[in-house]
Design a protein around this ligand. Structure first.
Ligand SMILES: Nc1ncnc2c1ncn2[C@@H]1O[C@H](COP(=O)(O)OP(=O)(O)OP(=O)(O)O)[C@@H](O)[C@H]1O
Length: 324
């Protein structure tokens, strides 16, 4: 099947702040970002705090001009584009960007009036379960309610591309599910959706394409299946990259014990060493490695509370990238 056309491309985008002449010099925030997002797909940007996600989105939206490299958004340079491009692109403002004294209904009506073929307000409000607070001033809304107002404002113009910076931050599980469903539907309607999130489970469910940033560059990219089936760095070449084993320790492991493990082990998902901590080993090639681990448990006199095999997830890939 032919790939859908790109709605956004970033080629070798560099962005620096400061001045070569000042004592502090130039600080490079983006160090050559390459990224392609396609119409009818959800493209997710992941990365630890400070990786450069927001700066990448700002360059993609034309809010910042790259120091080097090029950006094409719907075939145009967004930094120099005219108003017609703005009407085709939706951007979700963070809470601080919403006018606080206005009611959502008035704000959304105003936004709708700026577009030729807006989404009917009542319909969108119903989809996002917003009817009960359309007439409450934004200042008095909860964080999750404000989040939905911002999302609705970005979608009202039926944009071809929408940028969503952490669209489900602060939402309860039910509202999060509502937003997931809406995003999936918009994708199926052909919208290009570019989003950042710290919720890796959400990224795994929604993403057609994932870009993991670290220190201002893309360190991994691909579909979730591609990322989770690529062997982790430092893994035995014979290991199955799609599987990992997790065991829950009954007590704290000493440094010497960890170093004596026959397979590299890491605390799972940022857990801390202690009783009940989950340790994982990425990729097991066969039962002989499990036997070696069991022999090690016997040697250090530690019987795990739980042992399980799991499919490798996007979260595993994220942690591998974050600690490497
Ligand atoms: N104008 C600026 N001047 C100096 N440093 C900046 C500027 N803008 C961003 N930075 C730095 O660049 C790095 C990347 O910032 P950015 O906001 O793009 O990261 P992020 O991946 O979105 O992080 P988070 O997940 O915390 O939102 C950070 O270390 C930030 O402090």
């Amino acid at each position: 099947m032919p790939q859908p056309s790109p709605c956004l491309t970033l080629r070798h985008v560099r962005y620096a702040v400061g001045s070569a002449r000042s004592s502090r010099g130039l600080t490079e925030i983006l160090r050559g970002v390459d990224l392609t997002a396609r119409a009818g797909e959800v493209t997710v940007l992941l990365g630890p705090n400070g990786a450069g996600k927001t700066t990448t989105l700002s360059c993609a939206q034309g809010l910042l001009h790259p120091t080097q490299g090029s950006v094409q958004l719907l075939g145009q340079d967004p930094f120099r584009a005219e108003a017609d491009l703005r009407a085709r692109v939706g951007v979700m403002l963070q809470d601080g960007g919403l006018p606080q004294s206005v009611q959502p209904r008035a704000l959304l009506k105003h936004v709708a009036s700026l577009h030729q073929n807006p989404w009917p307000l009542e319909d969108l409000a119903e989809r996002l379960d917003m009817q009960s607070f359309l007439s409450t001033s934004i200042r008095r809304l909860s964080g999750g309610q404000k989040q939905r107002v911002a999302l609705a404002a970005s979608l009202l113009g039926r944009p071809e591309v929408v940028f969503l910076d952490e669209p489900t931050a602060g939402l309860d599980p039910q509202s999060r599910q509502t937003v997931f469903e809406l995003i999936s539907e918009l994708r199926d309607m052909g919208m290009g959706i570019i989003l950042t999130t710290h919720l890796l489970e959400e990224a795994q469910k929604l993403a057609d394409s994932v870009f993991i940033l670290k220190d201002g560059t893309v360190v991994r990219h691909g579909t979730v299946a591609e990322l989770t089936s690529t062997a982790a760095q430092g893994t035995d070449a014979t290991a199955d990259p799609t599987r990992r084993m997790v065991f829950t320790a009954s007590r704290t492991l000493t440094r010497a014990e960890i170093a004596s493990s026959p397979l590299a082990i890491e605390l799972d998902g940022g857990a801390s060493n202690g009783p009940g901590a989950a340790w994982m080993t990425p990729g097991l090639s066969g039962p002989e490695q499990l036997r070696a681990l069991a022999a090690w448990w016997e040697l250090i006199d530690m019987m795990p509370v739980e042992v399980r095999m799991e499919a490798r997830t996007l979260e595993d890939v994220f942690w591998e990238v974050s600690v490497s």
